[in-house]
Design a protein around this ligand. Structure first.
Ligand code: ATP
Length: 837
């Protein structure tokens, strides 16, 4: 019989029930998104559910619910911060309303197939607790399963889905998937009034339920490896897929070079060439085919022309990357085997084809996907709780480094428009719908892979002598920037000078011209091929100025961290004294600390974050194996807590200590209390390790060693503590694809900046005969740092940067990432405990 209206009225006061599902093709980071939605929902006092197997699970519902109206589901599963905050009395645990779910949760981290054996068979809508999603950050794929569901495309299927949601009292749904899954979500929401009307008319729900569930709240999270959704700069899983592709292409490159072979590598992307293009840029491939920009003429002529020049320049290996949806200008598919045939028949190259296929989907998510998914999951819950009947369904996007909401159907429509533009051969229109970074990367790729003919270069009068130097500690992406600088100069006819070993190298005339082939493999190399150190121009201003003049340098690019900024500052401030400092000077921030003012991302920060997260995953595994153990991990970063905070968010640390906030006794008291309660609530024998991240300069007194000893002492029988210092490992390793593509893109922009200002200066000089009345202020724009502010890239004059810098601490005055410390600790369960936070 239908539920009585009085019990329905009781449901009306019940907490909001939020469900999350993954649908369509899986992508790395989906688990992090589910974890984030579940934890945030519980933190906000809601009940959290997962829908297993996507729309299929929602249509099927739970076996036990079939045939009759359900009894209300009254599981007590939240072990969120609120329950942790309750005093735990021995023998009275059952009286705590929210019984901890550790080990008792319905989902175990082993995954769905394992979960089937522990009682989830025939149950697709499952209430989950705080610890059910523990350890999900680093798991690839989706642990709650995904499926393609034909039934949901029909109204009868969506009617069943609606009924199942109401049976469980769920009125808010977060869907993580591609444009198909999100279209399904929008249809469900649009049709909802009709569906519940039908359910009421059929007697499946009561009048009270009809009123109570009049409005379905829906939000989308874009989980897709293709990065094909319009309106967002990145989708969850794209960065990991790019990483997998680059690992494969890097490996292929070495065998290709050994045998002097050509490789055609096919990557995923039906209507979107993002993966293929970014992989081409990141691996320094020779040629790239993407759906959005087919070659203007015949594709085989275009490719053979480029590759013949590469061979003439002395290249041994050839790498061609082709998106699975690549087409020629007449919309005919360009397949890997077609390319192979052309390479063999026309160029006589020994060619192999590698189709990467599903390896691109798999594996542990990279740090940026974990962070993106976590931030978006939090925003998704906020959006659901704020949703009103009159507001549209949103999809959570990221734009300009800001997590935002975009009307779901608008984003889906724009996405479908790209496919339409391609189908109607409006390739420029398709490209215009992609984010600006896409177009810039396309341009960078052509510069980096082009061997220009004499007639393709600039007229001799416009050619310049440009130099590059690395300053400070090595950072991932420095070599990619150098390679692009050299290639750009060759393409335009400039002379590219490399200054080896920083300013001391310049003083010793360690300056060479780099040729096109010399830098070929540099994109994928870590460290600094040019050599780098922290010495600034003030070591000998006169010497530096005269050497710059002696080598005829007309524009200088510095790649480095805070020191590079300081070097620009020192030269800019002495332009009146030293005429050679009046040339245009640009700097690309490159430092794992990410401490350059105003700039949101430095080269190398993504690589180091990944190194940190890899180390933390391994440490966590060890900590878990030995059960009750806390690991205090120390990171580099100087006076900037960026790496520690973002690392904590990506690795799932429960506590993070930064120089900005510092450490004090009261804070430590609360933290110890939290850890004691947290371990005490773990099911005996099933406790896992926990991670604490401490930035090296968080406190002079409360050192890593001190914290570790203190936790060991306080943990008593409950938990043990160990420490690990990651030190210089964070500076090394293979640069991440994001750092490589960023290095390439920024280097092209810097070269254009140097050209523009050098030409302008030459023009101004030819007008004015006098060099004595130099106007420094009028020229401050020509000494600038390229800064990423959101997804926008701009040149900020060094003078302006100085205003935003704390020169003593060597950090920016404001940091966009600071609030993420609290979020990392919220996800760790620390906030809301009432123990001094
Ligand atoms: P991917 O990016 O991996 O292709 P996707 O979410 O686009 O992911 P689809 O197979 O297109 O994957 O869609 C997943 C599911 O979403 C479908 O199996 C179907 O259940 C539902 N769906 C897709 N399109 C619609 C639609 N127009 N109406 C209703 N449901 C839909």
């Amino acid at each position: 019989a239908p539920q009585s209206s009085s019990s329905a009225a009781a449901t009306a006061q019940a907490p909001t029930k939020i469900a999350v599902m993954t649908s369509g093709g899986d992508s790395a980071g989906m688990n992090a998104a589910v974890r984030s939605v579940v934890k945030m929902a519980i933190f906000k006092g809601c009940h959290a559910y997962v829908i297993r197997e996507g729309w299929e699970g929602l249509v099927r519902g739970n076996d036990e619910d079939q045939g009759s109206n359900p009894t209300p589901h009254e599981e007590s599963l939240d072990a969120g911060p609120e329950s942790l905050a309750q005093p735990r009395r021995e023998g009275k645990a059952a009286k705590i309303k929210f019984v901890p779910t550790y080990g008792e949760g319905e989902l175990l981290k082993e995954g769905v197939s394992e979960a089937e054996t522990v009682g989830l068979k025939g149950r697709y809508i499952v209430r989950v607790g705080w610890d059910d999603v523990r350890g999900w950050l680093d798991a690839g794929g989706t642990l709650i399963g995904t499926a393609r569901c034909a039934a949901f495309r029909e109204q009868a299927g969506r009617l069943k889905a609606a009924h199942n949601l109401i049976k469980h009292g769920i009125d808010a749904l977060a869907v993580c998937g591609g444009d198909g899954s999100l279209t399904g979500a929008d249809r469900l929401r649009a049709e909802w009034p009709e569906l519940i009307g039908m359910l009421k008319d059929n007697g499946d729900i009561t009048q009270a339920q009809f009123e109570r569930y009049a409005h379905l709240k829906i939000v989308g999270l874009v989980g897709s490896i293709d990065n094909d959704l319009a309106g967002t700069d990145l989708t969850i899983g794209a960065a990991t897929a790019l990483s997998r592709i680059c690992e494969a292409v890097d490996s292929i490159s070495s065998t290709a070079a050994s045998h002097s072979r050509a490789f055609v590598v096919e990557v995923m992307g039906r209507h979107c060439g993002w993966l293929a293009l970014m992989a081409g840029v990141a691996t320094g491939a020779d040629y790239c085919f993407i759906p959005e920009q087919p070659p203007h003429g015949s594709w085989d002529d275009a490719m053979c022309d480029v590759l013949t020049k590469h061979k003439k320049a002395g290249k041994r290996k050839t790498i061609v990357i082709v998106a699975e949806g690549a087409i020629d200008k007449d919309l005919n598919a360009i397949k890997a085997d077609d390319i192979k045939k052309v390479l063999e028949d026309r160029l006589g190259l020994d060619t192999r084809v590698t189709t990467l296929g599903h390896t691109q989907r798999g594996g542990r998510p990279v740090a940026s996907d974990r962070i993106l998914a976590t931030l978006q999951g939090v925003e998704a819950v906020e959006a659901l709780l704020e949703a009103k009947p009159e507001t549209p369904s949103y999809v959570i996007t990221i734009r300009e480094n800001q997590v935002t909401r975009t009307p779901l159907m608008e984003a889906v429509k724009q996405t479908q428009l790209v496919a339409h533009k391609i189908e109607t051969k409006d390739f420029d229109g398709a490209l215009a719908l992609r984010d600006p970074e896409f177009d810039e990367c396309l341009r960078s790729f052509w510069y980096a892979s082009k061997v220009a003919d004499e007639e393709g270069k600039l007229p001799p009068a416009q050619r310049l002598t440009l130099a590059i130097v690395n300053i400070g500690a090595p950072a991932g992406g420095m070599n990619a920037a150098t390679r692009t600088f050299v290639r750009y100069c060759h393409a335009r006819g400039h002379k590219p000078l490399a200054i080896h070993n920083g300013f001391p190298g310049l003083l010793e005339d360690s300056v060479t011209t780099l040729d096109w082939l010399r830098v070929d493999n540099w994109t994928i190399r870590g460290g600094s091929e040019l050599g780098t150190n922290r010495v600034l121009p003030d070591v000998d201003f006169g010497g530096v100025a005269s050497k710059l003049q002696q080598h005829g340098i007309q524009g200088l690019l510095l790649v480095g961290g805070f020191e590079a900024f300081q070097a620009v500052k020192q030269m800019e401030e002495r332009r009146t004294e030293y005429p050679s400092f009046r040339m245009p000077i640009a700097s690309i921030p490159a430092t794992l600390s990410n401490n350059v003012p105003l700039n949101e991302f430095s080269l190398g920060s993504d690589t180091s974050l990944n190194t940190l997260v890899d180390a933390c995953d391994a440490i966590k595994q060890s900590a878990s194996a030995s059960r009750n153990r806390v690991f205090v991990v120390e990171t580099q970063g100087g006076q900037c807590g960026y790496l520690a905070v973002m690392g904590a968010l990506a690795a799932g640390a429960v506590l993070v200590y930064t120089p900005e906030v510092g450490i004090n006794l009261k804070m430590l008291g609360g933290d110890v209390e939290f850890l004691k309660r947290r371990f005490a609530l773990d099911v005996k024998g099933k406790s896992e390790g926990r991670l604490v991240i401490r930035s090296e300069k968080a406190s002079d007194v409360y050192t890593t060693d001190f914290l570790t000893r203190m936790l060991k002492e306080e943990g008593g029988k409950n938990f043990d503590a160990r420490s690990a210092s990651l030190g210089h490992t964070l500076q090394g390793g293979t640069p991440s694809p994001l750092d490589r593509t960023r290095g390439t893109r920024l280097a092209v922009k810097c070269c254009e900046f140097l050209e523009e200002h050098a030409w302008a200066a030459a023009k101004a000089q030819s007008k004015s005969k006098s060099a004595t009345n130099y106007d420094r202020a009028a020229n401050e724009a020509s000494a600038a740092i390229i800064t990423i502010i959101g997804s926008g890239v701009q040149f900020t004059p060094c003078v302006e940067m100085t205003r935003h810098a704390d020169m003593k601490k060597r950090v920016g005055k404001k940091n966009w990432w600071q609030p993420h410390k609290a979020l990392a600790e919220l996800m760790g369960g620390r906030r809301g405990l009432g123990v001094g936070d």
